[in-house]
Design a protein around this ligand. Structure first.
Ligand code: C5P
Length: 217
């Protein structure tokens, strides 16, 4: 992996909206994340667009399906210049292994429990408390040798496996009143063990984009 640790979430509607923003970014200083919205609206051409401009790409589609379908999807993803991509650990051992077998140079990150779920949800869904269910999924990530995981800053301390790459969203260096509830500053996240941080709106909506990138680098 390169020494870049800042991942900027390109949560834009389409390439038109995104292209003005990325002209302020230096591909040597950040990785960019393409999520469902941008990928659904533009398809794989957004990957070529970013790659041609020198960016390393995190394709965040959170795959969750039968092993054969995930294998074929990861095979497609690995044909593009994609550095990191996501699958749901809840897809189970066979699905994770299917993804691993065909990942090529792309690193696979497992999503554990979505940060929108709480203890009430995990009891309803799995008859288990949040922390136990989270630990089950992290153990599975370790056993299947997935490359890394996406987790909230509060969950960082629950992950003891040093070989897992830890990617952490929900980062705020200034007070904000948006929908992120459990937040941490970039320096706290790094000192608590994050390998990469994911930052969206504090940079995409900043008045001075280069300054904001510097603040989170
Ligand atoms: O704008 P903001 O910094 O909140 O963006 C964070 C990015 O990380 C978004 O693309 C969001 O979908 C993603 N993300 C998250 N929480 C997770 C997983 C991903 O905020 N648990």
């Amino acid at each position: 992996m390169s020494n870049k640790r800042l991942i900027i979430a390109l949560d834009f509607k389409n390439i038109d909206e995104m292209s003005h923003f990325i002209s302020s970014l230096d591909p040597q200083k950040c990785i960019v994340k393409v999520g469902l919205q941008l990928f659904i609206s533009e398809g794989p051409k957004v990957l070529d667009f970013l790659s041609q401009r020198g960016f390393e790409i995190f394709l965040d589609l959170k795959l969750h399906d039968i092993p054969n379908t995930v294998r074929k999807s990861v095979e497609e993803i690995s044909q593009y210049n994609v550095k990191l991509t996501t699958i749901h650990l809840q897809g189970g051992r066979d699905m994770i292994q299917a993804a691993n077998q065909v990942k090529g140079d792309t690193k696979i990150l497992g999503v554990s429990l979505l940060t929108s779920l709480d203890d009430g949800d995990t009891r309803e869904l799995y008859n288990n408390d949040f922390e136990k269910q989270f630990n089950n999924l992290i153990n599975l990530a370790t056993e299947t040798k997935v490359d890394g995981i996406v987790c909230s800053s509060q969950e960082l301390e629950l992950i003891t496996d040093p070989s897992l790459i830890k990617v952490v969203p929900g980062i705020r260096n200034q007070e904000s009143s948006d929908d992120q509830k459990r937040v941490m500053t970039s320096s706290e996240a790094y000192s608590n063990g994050a390998d990469y941080i994911v930052v969206g709106r504090p940079i995409t909506q900043a008045k001075f984009i280069e300054e904001a990138v510097k603040d989170y680098s």
